[in-house]
Design a protein around this ligand. Structure first.
Ligand code: BT5
Length: 274
């Protein structure tokens, strides 16, 4: 089956904001046809005084970014490419919350709208049946060691057909449409995401980072007791069994020799149990 939406649904700011129940996230929302990267545009707007909760959305990105200057494929008209600005008023004890928070919000929003089995792979890959359906890039500007402007960039594959993914991604990426055989309203997904972002941000303020990490754990069954390979960290490729995340968001891995490894950065891949 090759799902293809019959009509590409254009995204409009009105469609997103119609019935939006947030109090500040997405109240200032700017939609662009084509940008290099929504994160870059929003960082510029933040420097010019854009308000807390401001959102930049684009139909297409020509220089969509992942972590470590990797590329985020941003095919026009079928995905969601969005950045949201948060201006923390109080010190945020642990910066990893800015990766965990959007991962929780994206996963909840995509689940709520589609009902599909969507989970998080440490630290911020949003996965659908073992393939990446969304990615997150958190960037921040700190003053005196305190984050003042946080830009959360979120890319979601929604109405892509397999042909909308480059050959390099066809075995590792998916979209809601590929997994379900139907197309989805991107406006409804963005709206659900903005609501979940605001609610996760409020929960962080009220209940602290521990509560947020608990929410993250519930959506990430692979963080405990699963055989994985982690690549890209300082120690090269490490194979082991996941043993949870610590309070700084680092992954704990038990190696075959029983030693425990703490991995602060990397890419986690599930492997089949022997
Ligand atoms: C991410 O990086 O997953 C973060 C992606 C964030 C994208 C959003 S879009 C809005 C905002 N503006 C931006 O410029 N960026 C943010 P990372 O964990 O480094 O993963 C990047 C890797 O994912 C690439 O090297 C590819 O292997 C893979 N990839 C690229 N495009 C993809 C796509 N559309 N779907 C699934 N996988 C993709």
């Amino acid at each position: 089956m090759t799902p293809r939406p019959a009509l590409a649904e254009p995204l409009t700011a009105e469609a997103v904001q119609c019935g939006l129940t947030t109090s500040f996230v997405g109240r200032d929302l700017r939609l662009f046809e084509t940008v290099g990267s929504t994160n870059t545009v929003l960082r510029q707007l933040a420097a010019q005084g854009a308000p807390d909760g401001a959102v930049v959305l684009a139909e297409e990105q020509t220089a969509g970014r992942g972590r470590l200057n990797r590329t985020w494929e941003s095919r026009p008209g079928v995905g969601v490419y969005l950045s949201v600005l948060l201006r923390p008023q109080a010190p945020v004890p642990r910066p990893h919350v800015f990766t965990f928070l959007p991962a929780v919000a994206v996963t909840r929003a995509l689940r709520a709208v589609s009902g599909l089995p969507i989970f998080i792979h440490w630290p911020n890959d949003v996965m659908l049946r073992g393939r990446k359906v969304a990615g997150i890039l958190a960037e921040m500007r700190s003053v005196d060691g305190r984050p003042r402007e946080v830009v959360l960039g979120i890319g979601m594959n929604i109405n892509h057909s397999p042909a909308d993914l480059s050959p390099a991604l066809r075995d590792t990426a998916t979209s809601l449409a590929i997994a379900s055989g139907r197309s989805w309203s991107r406006a409804a997904i963005v709206r659900a995401l903005l609501v979940e972002l605001e609610s996760a941000w409020n929960r962080l303020g009220q209940d602290g980072p521990g509560a947020l990490v608990d929410d993250w754990r519930k959506l990430s069954p692979s963080h405990f007791g699963k055989p994985v390979v982690v690549a890209g960290g300082s120690a090269g490729e490490i194979r082991g069994t996941t043993r949870g995340v610590d309070e700084d968001g680092a992954l704990l891995l038990e190696r075959a020799d029983g030693g425990l490894e703490r991995v602060a950065f990397g890419e986690m891949r599930r492997v089949r149990s022997a």
